[in-house]
Design a protein around this ligand. Sequence first.
Ligand code: SAH
Length: 336
Amino acid sequence: MTLTREEIILYLQDEAGQKNLLNRANQVRKKHLGNEVHLRGLIEFSNICRNNCLYCGIRKDNPALHRYRMSSEELVDTARKAAEMGFKTIVMQSGEDMWFDQKIMCDIIEQIKKFEVAVTLSIGERSFADYKAFREAGADRYLMRIETTDKELYHQLDPQMSWQHRYECLLMIKELGYELGSGIMVGLPGQTIESIADDLLFLDNLGIDMAGIGPFIPHPQTPLKNEAGGTLDLALRTMATMRLLMPDINIPATTAMESLHPQGRIMALQSGANVVMPNVTEGEYRKLYELYPGKICVDDTPLHCKSCIGMKILAIGRKIGEGYGGHNGKLPQTKK
Ligand code: SAH
């Protein structure tokens, strides 16, 4: 649906009208997408990163963090177990760890595709040649948040990075026929309601297939440790407004929302979201992939996480999606 910038700003600001907005987004989700909640198995396979984003716990200049990198075998094995558990999509996320070069990554993708799952990558900025090779190896979807469309803020928070370059990466990914996921954090220091409204319009314009929206949570070992961070309420209002703007895209109930409130993901599922990404990373790695503090379920096992969220989903009268859960119900075809 079309919303003007002014209307979006009103929705984002209106604390008194929040309940109505969230209910409305829930209705829109139900009308366009029904009651299915799609589960994606998330593997956090390396916390090594070449970037230095001020908000992020795995930034290069956090010396206190113990770094890990799964071997290709470990990564494929984790994906195999997730597929055996019933996950129809495997999401592979990491810092920008260039050890995973084009060849290694393609090899991993090809092996995981044999498990008959959709493959999503969330590994940041790469070359066009890399994105093309990953797509040809079988990757179906790509997630990369633009984080904010306030360019000045972006360049303050992501030193050495270029907003324009990140945007061009999103265009390349789209051109290559991936399903494209992007999104933002809300509550960044210096971010305004107006700029969040611009973010939503940007995502709509870009024609994304999925929108990940989460609160910024300050990490104690980063330069932003003393900042206030985002609230669950503003994150929910932003997500619900996104749902009104783009009625049929996939919207995950983000883990960061649950980190702020024990029922955060369920609240999100009742305010426009239709996807959950349970963590299927094993053992110590879960704790070490610490983008922000208070991350949920760090001591749990993949099976526990799947059944725990599965039961919560059923308890609110929703059902677990059975297909691949692509935007419009389709898995994108690989372009050769
Ligand atoms: N290297 C990949 C994955 C980044 S981590 C990439 O560049 O896309 C995934 C997301 O976590 C980021 O895009 C950011 O939106 C979010 N994130 C990072 N630090 C955070 C924090 N302190 N609070 C909340 N979300 C955070």
